[in-house]
Design a protein around this ligand. Sequence first.
Ligand code: SOE
Length: 400
Amino acid sequence: MNSPESTDGTTPETPSVPGTLGVAMIGYAFMGKAHSNAWRNVASYFDVPAFEQKVLVGRDAGQVAAAAEKYGWAESATDWRSVLERDDIHIVDICAPGWMHAEIAIAALEAGKHVLVEKPLANTLAEAEAMTEAAATARERGVQSMIGFNYRRVPALALAKELIAEGRLGTVRHVRAAYLQDWLTDPESPMTWRLNKETAGSGALGDIASHAIDQVLFLLGGTVTEVSGRLHTFVTSRPGADGPEDVTVDDAAWATLTLDSGTIASVEVSRMATGRKNSLRLEIYGDKGSLLFDLENLSELGFLDATVPVREQGFRRILVNEPEHPYMDAWWPQGHVIGWEHTFTHEIRDFLLAIGGGTAPSPSFEEGLAVQRVLAAVEESANAKSSIIQLTTAPITEGA
Ligand code: SOE
């Protein structure tokens, strides 16, 4: 087995298989709360390897201590580096903002810790590549890593993947993937780290197009061979703590992707889609059938079987809430639907099972990098305006 040198010259550790996996989580805001909920609940519903929620890490000692208490972590800490030195920590769950992902993930992998990192993998392609390289090296030593594209664990989408793999849609010709939110429609909505390129990398593109693109790759497999993109910022300045601040990321993004299979996917994401709260919509059109999904109704999958006589065709609504459906045998009786937070519980379940079984979990950092490459290509295409054809002819007047 390889035992390569880490960047600081020390020999990285190979994890032993402990009786109980000690977990550290870094970050305790929105995603930290969602992941904590999953760590707290997963063992009540799924048979997973034994673990303990050991330590929650954050910058503000008082706030992180309060969050640790609230979210079920045994202790709190402010220095993630010293947490990585601890022998009783085997898993590091990174819920800190994207600009911190690369440094923490690479250091954790080198310290022999299994790593789960929130999406997108990183803020830049270079960081994502470095993380993927570190993950590949660590994997050779039995150290696992995974990226948190939690929507892969929506039972309806896991079912959609099964149906596509079984050939129920035939050849998939095209896909519409949209992720629409409206939390930025008010121009007076204050500036946040999510609207600053330095801290967020990009706007709707990295935050939500990453999910949409990951779904295209998850559902269909294969790779993206061609990208054309457009980005737009509708509100370019927002109230900051000391007056107006420039928004340096996109509010919305559009792209068309060509897959190596020949499938074309259109991707449309926005934080300005008034009335759409958290609507990840997927429409998948094949020559034998089609599928429809909307995250705002996440227990439902629309399926049209085009192999039945045309006079009987129509989309039927599958309530994905039967024990036969992915993940659902662990939850409630039929019709007692689950919610958004359960996708993280499924994610932690799958991550723990992979670690316990000594197998590489999916989506891997390589899969995260594949998404990151598409995000970078959308940005490049948008900046080059290579896909925008300028129409110079005068508009046609009515009646002409
Ligand atoms: C915010 O736009 C956000 O919370 C994303 O960061 C999440 O990944 C997505 O699940 C919901 O929207």
